[in-house]
Design a protein around this ligand. Structure first.
Ligand code: TYM
Length: 347
């Protein structure tokens, strides 16, 4: 990857030397272990070393309008923000906000849409997967990554911490920024995706050939490890995870399901997969599943307790989100002014 273009980086130099970071999650269905290991955990782990903003991308949740229940969306957006905090994001050290509270995202997205070739959007694997089999899809499903680009570029983000499935969107963001800078002069900082060393792609427990996803979790019990699932549900999901017809663990013959369980355990315990695998050689899959369950319960129990406390005080949550939106907005307005000046509108 190339370095950020110097003029734009200087124009937008953050006041501190810490990298500027932005990331977000959709408030679709309940968040799962993949969201935690792939994204949230690294957001929290590095919060002292970065100048970070995290949003709940509620406008992105509108791209499949059939699935939108307005009251539910409002609730979920707040619940996802509460989960960010429950996982350890500190609102004093990070700017946390709902995307729709900062209208500059939609405005910047329009300008970027005008410079983004359609072919780039048709190539996105997430678009292809979501559009497949549907008679008709909204234009928002196709232009979704341009709104994501606006989320990132509006804050001059150097780094975007995400799971592996979002790398393509971050690379597209970079391409959109390069093209815009070429057409209108250095305006945007070029961001790069930052992927965790473990947990970047957690697979489904019922089908280890597909990644753990919120949409499949909503349809298929046993697919995902929900961060807020009841311990009994977690036990059922983990103990019935797909393995293979063997009885005991042999690393050289491990099936994708078994490898996924090893990877989850290793990631939760902060160890290498091979080290964890070594411990289970010759032991039954039941033992492996019990260890995964214990590690999951240890990670999610305090998260669930803090989440419940935060959701019990909606006024305080709204206050923190309003403060986050103000802080985000003051940064977004200055970038958007730069963008509008570059293209000759708004003045
Ligand atoms: P979303 O909401 O699908 O996922 C949120 C984050 O969780 C990661 N993730 C996973 N990581 C490991 N294993 C998995 N099975 C797994 N499933 C999800 C995702 O990579 C992501 O980091 N388009 C984005 C939301 C978005 C965004 C942004 C992200 C909108 N604007 C700007 C970063 C920056 C999405 O749908 O993520």
């Amino acid at each position: 990857m190339t370095e950020p273009s110097t003029a734009a980086a200087n124009a937008a130099a953050p006041t501190s030397t810490r990298p500027r970071v932005l990331s977000g999650m959709q408030p679709t269905d309940a968040l799962h272990l993949g969201n935690y290991l792939g994204a949230l955990r690294q957001w929290v782990a590095r919060q002292d070393q970065q100048d970070a903003l995290f949003c709940v991308v509620d406008l992105h949740a509108l791209t499949v309008p059939e699935a939108v229940d307005p009251a539910d969306l409002r609730h979920r957006s707040r619940a996802v923000a509460a989960l960010y905090f429950a996982c350890g994001l500190d609102p004093e050290r990070n700017v946390v906000f709902l995307q729709s509270h900062v209208p500059e995202h939609a405005e910047c997205s329009w300008i970027l849409m005008c410079t983004t070739p359609l072919g780039w959007l048709y190539r996105m694997t997430q678009f292809k997967a979501k559009a497949e089999g549907r008679d008709s899809v909204g234009a928002g499903l196709l232009t979704y990554p341009v709104l994501q680009a606006a989320d990132i570029l509006l804050y001059d983000a150097d780094e975007v911490p995400v799971g592996e499935d979002q790398v393509q969107h971050v690379e597209l963001t970079r391409d959109i920024a390069i093209r815009f800078n070429r057409l209108f002069g250095d305006t945007f900082v070029l961001p790069k995706a930052v992927i965790p060393t473990s947990g970047a792609r957690v697979m489904g427990l019922d089908d280890p050939t597909v990644k753990m996803s919120k949409s499949l979790a909503a349809e298929r019990p046993g697919h995902a490890i929900g961060l807020l699932d009841d311990p009994k549900v977690l036990k059922k999901t983990i103990m019935s995870a797909v393995t293979d017809s063997g009885r005991e663990f042999r690393p050289e013959h491990a099936s994708p399901g078994v490898r996924n369980l090893i990877a989850i355990l290793a990631s939760l315990q902060g160890e290498e997969d091979t080290v964890v695998a070594e411990r289970f050689v010759g032991r039954g899959y039941g033992d492996l599943k019990k260890s995964v369950l214990e590690a999951v319960l240890e990670a999610v129990t305090p998260i669930r307790e803090r989440f419940e406390a935060l959701m019990g005080d909606p006024a305080e949550l709204d206050r923190i989100l309003a403060q986050g939106a103000d802080a985000a907005r003051s940064r977004a307005t200055s970038t958007l002014a730069r963008v509008k000046a570059a293209v000759g509108v708004g003045t």
